[in-house]
Design a protein around this ligand. Structure first.
Ligand code: PGA
Length: 249
């Protein structure tokens, strides 16, 4: 059965002392232990945060990794490096990476491959911008992102992935997708998984919702049959809010 997951993407926020304060707060609070909690701090803090969480069930991820294996790629972080510090998760293709760093589906497919080679779970993000939804092209767009970025994987590999649906118009805007909009797209994604990999595999893959998810709306979103948790930005920067979301199933 698929896992319930709440992952906090800290993005480019927090100084070192603030990051330590946040993770200390998260580890000290209790939460529903059927939920896999994941924190995704800026990579510069990942070693320390991995050590600080090693006795807890909190998982640690990074926000981005390179599509290359190693070598002369100044400023990049490889999946092998991330594995060597025992980090278990990595975001792939967050919409901010797609938009500001021109990451294409093809590059994201390569990043995914590097992560899987190193036994790191990719949290593969997909999502449409407002114009695409308004022109009713959102289903086609998500299908394309998944076909080109993820569906080259075989059945064993896809089972080691998590998908996050994040409508770009809902990220950091305070506008959340309605519960029906979220369920509709998650069901669509599960159907795509079913067509490609079969029902059993489709039912085992967690699909997270992201975009202005907070303590006040998480319960309604997570109550949907195909919403298996959330990828949280703003609200993950506060320990109490993040834990309240984890307790919203
Ligand atoms: P938000 O961000 O919760 O601040 O909208 C979500 C995300 O970008 O992962």
């Amino acid at each position: 059965m698929r896992k319930k997951i709440v992952a906090g993407n800290w993005k480019m926020n927090k100084t070192h002392s603030e990051a330590i304060e946040l993770i200390t707060g998260i580890v000290e609070m209790s939460y529903d232990d059927s939920v896999q909690l994941i924190v995704i701090p800026p990579a510069v803090y990942a070693v320390e945060i991995e050590e600080m969480t090693s006795e807890s069930s909190v998982g640690v991820g990074v926000q981005n990794t390179s599509q290359y294996e190693s070598g002369a790629f100044t400023g990049e972080l490889s999946a092998t490096m991330i594995k060597s510090i025992r980090v278990k998760y990595a975001l792939v293709g967050h919409s901010e990476r797609r938009e500001y760093f021109n990451e294409t589906n093809e590059v994201l497919a390569e990043k995914t491959n590097q992560l899987l080679k190193n036994s790191i779970t990719p949290i593969f993000c997909c999502g449409e911008v407002l114009e695409e939804r308004e022109s009713e092209n959102h289903f086609n767009l998500i299908e394309l992102q998944l076909n080109e970025g993820l569906f080259h994987l075989d059945s064993v590999q896809i089972l080691n992935c998590v998908i996050a649906y994040e409508p770009v118009w809902a990220i950091g805007t305070g506008v959340t997708a309605s519960s029906d909009q979220a369920q509709e797209m998650h069901q669509f994604i599960r159907k795509l998984l079913m067509n490609k990999y079969g029902e059993n595999i489709a039912n085992d893959i967690s699909i997270l919702y992201g975009g202005s998810c907070k303590p006040g709306n998480a319960k309604e979103l997570f109550a949907n049959a195909d919403v298996d948790g959330g990828l949280i930005g703003g609200a993950s920067l506060n320990a109490a809010d993040f834990i309240a979301i984890a307790n919203s199933f």
